[in-house]
Design a protein around this ligand. Structure first.
Ligand code: SAM
Length: 272
């Protein structure tokens, strides 16, 4: 056999391995995979979740960046015919390539490396049309941002972009002691469920997610300032008013629909 299996956790790969069996069981039962489903685990590590997932899912693909962990995973799981390892960077991974024609959408799972969680979520938002749902372990503070409502401190660009496309719900909090090595902060499990166009959320018209991201970022540039102030280079007070929004409001008071309205207004103003 190749490399020894006594792998040491690496900080640069955000490695905090789960060892608390109660927490593992809770995550697995929240996911509740069935034998017809196609699951994808990001960052399987030494397989704390993988062993349970491979037994319940129809198909399990895992994406792991640390090459030294590949032999560990092969040793444990290569006997399963429904299991495939991709030795790759999830940030660059083409998730669409996993989906067979006409097959069910992907269910994504992962105790994510904290250092890449936000860029990874943005990468996945570009692929929501092929995703059934996502269950991720993240820093509790990031989960609070993902699920935040207007008027709260955690509400910002990440909340707006994610909630425009997905229903976001915090399932439960996980304390540092559940991991080895233990991180300094609490973690939480979040469930993100992409929603189709049929809902009460307004739609972007001729605008991209990047435009919504730009408007959200610019609106929050100085959190304590008014919209009029933060948006002065791109939208006039009259244009903000035309969206039914008082320009003296602060960004954190706006609903997602209002951000969509501002984005549509901005894109339309570029076309004139
Ligand atoms: N799932 C395991 C567990 O719960 O014990 C490990 C979780 S650990 C927090 C994060 C895992 O993601 C590590 O195995 C790490 O090597 C892997 N990882 C880090 N960056 C990655 C990337 N860009 N793409 C894929 N995997 C990555």
């Amino acid at each position: 056999m190749g490399k020894p299996l006594n792998h040491k956790a690496r900080k640069r790969f955000g490695q905090n391995f789960l060892h608390d069996s109660n927490v593992i069981e809770r995550i697995i039962s929240s996911i509740a995979a069935t034998e017809t489903q196609h699951l994808v685990e990001i960052g399987p590590g030494k397989g704390a979740l993988t062993g349970h997932l491979v037994n319940s899912a129809g198909k399990l693909d895992v994406i792991e960046l640390d090459r030294d962990l590949i032999p560990v995973l092969e040793e444990k799981f290569s006997a399963f015919s429904n299991f495939t390892i991709y030795s790759s960077d999830a940030l660059k991974f083409d998730f669409g390539s996993l989906l067979a024609k006409g097959s069910e959408k992907l269910r994504l799972v992962g105790n994510l490396p904290y250092n890449i969680s936000t860029p990874l979520i943005f990468h996945l938002l570009d692929n929501v049309s092929i995703i059934e749902d996502m269950h991720f372990m993240l820093q509790k503070e990031v989960v609070e941002r993902l699920t935040a409502s207007p008027g709260t401190k955690a509400y910002g660009r990440l909340s707006i972009l994610v909630q425009y496309l997905c229903h976001a719900e915090q399932l439960f909090i996980v304390p540092p002691g559940a991991f080895s090595p233990a991180p300094k902060i609490d973690s939480a499990i979040v469930q993100l469920t992409p929603r189709g166009p049929v809902n009460n959320i307004h739609q972007l018209k001729n605008a991209e997610l990047d435009d919504l991201s730009f408007i959200a970022k610019t609106s929050f540039a100085q959190r304590r300032k008014t919209l009029r102030n933060n948006l002065k280079k791109i939208l006039s007070p009259e244009q903000i008013t035309q969206c039914g929004i008082d320009p003296v409001r602060r960004a954190e008071t706006l609903s997602i629909n209002e951000f969509v309205a501002l984005t549509n207004q901005y894109v339309q103003s570029l076309e004139i």
